[in-house]
Design a protein around this ligand. Structure first.
Ligand SMILES: [Zn+2]
Length: 82
């Protein structure tokens, strides 16, 4: 599956780069919208020059887990790399 790079500039000036399958509209998925809100508000904060992964915990019944669109209210955990 090919991936398409997307960039999003948050309200605090940070640029977030994320990968999505071709043809996916990030605005349709709750987990992407929530993640961008948390980054913009500083809850998910990665200092400049650092790289981190975000683990996304979807609800058991989230349609994304069966190939659909995320409609749940997922939890996130930031994992920093040393
Ligand atoms: Zn979900």
């Amino acid at each position: 599956m090919s991936k398409k790079k997307k960039r999003h500039r948050t309200g605090n000036g940070n640029v977030v780069l994320y990968l999505l399958p071709q043809g996916v509209n990030p605005a349709e998925h709750n987990y992407i919208a929530k993640q961008l809100r948390l980054i913009a508000s500083g809850v998910l904060d990665v200092p400049a020059g650092e790289v981190a992964e975000v683990l996304v915990y979807h609800d058991d019944g989230c349609p994304l887990l069966s190939g659909g669109t995320c409609r749940c209210d997922p939890d996130f955990r930031l994992v920093r790399r040393a």
